[in-house]
Design a protein around this ligand. Structure first.
Ligand code: CA
Length: 226
């Protein structure tokens, strides 16, 4: 349960997103302009902001900079621009995560949940716990059954991304886009190789998996095997 601020000029999307998040138990404020949105952030309150990049009164990236000047509230950007450089520019401007339109409601809910989990309710980083796996994203430490895992930065990012979405199938394409920041480049082989290293470090294999389950033809999901 969190205070969610939606800044989106398109009424249909704004109402849909607001309804879905309100149904999920969140306290939702939905506004149509950048200026109203900025005022709402300044007045204080939102635990997370969902920001449309294409607003009528101000470019979303400009608004994001203004939000960042007054608040470190997590911001999930919704953009119709699905080009690499725009996404990178958005993240550089201070977005915590992004969604490319058209996005599914499930995707949005997962992002909100992941961002809230990362910051915790009091702005502190909360560990992600799935079975015997515990990830401290701020300290960049992952423990499995009380043992510290020796992971490369990419392996850590991959594990964290999957753990934040525990129980959900994530496609390799999505992993390339989100973990490698290569929404269009890159090959799925990259993901396979890192997954295989990660599995080895976690003492499992694709054939005999515990946490990291391959869903053939779809992707991979992290599950609680305990
Ligand atoms: Ca728009």
């Amino acid at each position: 349960m969190a205070a969610v601020l939606i800044i989106e000029d398109e009424q249909r999307i704004r109402e849909l997103v607001a309804r879905v998040l309100a149904d999920g138990g969140h306290d939702v404020v939905a506004l149509a302009t950048a200026m109203e949105g900025l005022q709402a952030v300044v007045k204080g309150g939102p635990d997370v902001v969902i920001l449309d990049m294409g607003l009528p009164d101000l470019d979303g990236a400009e608004l994001l900079k203004m939000i960042r000047a007054v608040s470190d509230v997590p911001v999930i950007v919704a953009t119709a621009r699905n080009e690499d450089r725009d996404i990178i520019r958005t993240l550089d401007a201070g977005a915590d995560d992004y969604l490319v339109k058209p996005f599914s409601v499930d995707q949005l809910v997962a992002r909100v949940r992941a961002v809230l989990r990362r910051v915790g309710s009091e702005g502190r980083s909360m560990p992600i716990v799935v079975g015997g796996l515990e990830i401290d994203a701020a300290a960049r430490e992952a423990m499995l059954d009380g043992q510290l895992l020796e992971l490369s930065p990419k392996e850590f990012d991959l594990l964290t991304f999957l753990a934040e979405r525990a129980g959900e199938v994530v496609t390799k394409r999505e992993l390339l886009a989100e973990v490698w920041r290569q929404p269009y480049g890159g090959t799925e082989k990259t993901v396979d190789v890192h997954l295989s290293w990660l599995r080895r470090k976690m003492g499992e294999t694709a054939a005999d998996s515990r946490y990291l389950q391959t869903v053939f033809g779809v992707g991979v999901k992290l599950v609680d095997p305990t």
